[in-house]
Ligand binder design. Sequence first.
Ligand code: IMP
Ligand code: MG
Length: 208
Amino acid sequence: MESPGWERLQSPVSSGRRSEAGFNATISNCPMPIAKTEVQSVLLNAQTIKRRVRSLGKEITRDYNGRSPILIGVLRGAAVFLSDLIRHINLELEVDFIALSSYGSATETSGQVQLVKDLESSIDGRDVILVEDIVDTGLTLNYLVSNLKTRNPASLSVCVLLSKPSRRKVEINIDYLGFEVPDSFVVGYGLDFDQQFRNLPYIGVLEG
Ligand code: IMP
Ligand code: MG
């Protein structure tokens, strides 16, 4: 297994213990761990992610030359990706966030999504880039794209770090894609399982 970079970049987190396999999330005040989930393998290491995010930033810089887009991050998963991405975009830009709640199991959305935090800015007449962590079934992005289109943006493009094409239930047009990933549940670099693992500097596959 490639070094996850955890040793170099992070110190141990109090709510969990590290194991050789990766980050071992347990509930700290509980004498007997009731849930133990570990990262099984590193899918994309920090260096690989960094290189790809830099090149996505360059592409966006080139495509939006002369314009001032507004990047909309989908909370909470896209926060890490968005914050790295904007530092590779050499344009005047704005950032806003939107948050959805979705019903479903721990690892799958049902498609019944609800807006829990709306944008602070109007996107009327603006060039909008929607930034999401991962497209799985596509139901979440499908909802968001339709919702944002009703607000009359000048343009709307979609930038996604990860895509699991084999899981798609609705077609999504992705303008900027970081990586295609296999059908496994992945965590790290903003992506969570039960709100854990967002702070990993790499993207790993959870043991299942
Ligand atoms: P979709 O609506 O099925 O496309 O699901 C998209 C949302 O589900 C993403 O924004 C993530 O929050 C979550 N999700 C889907 N797959 C994963 C995964 O492998 N790891 C972490 N979150 C995921
Ligand atoms: Mg999400």
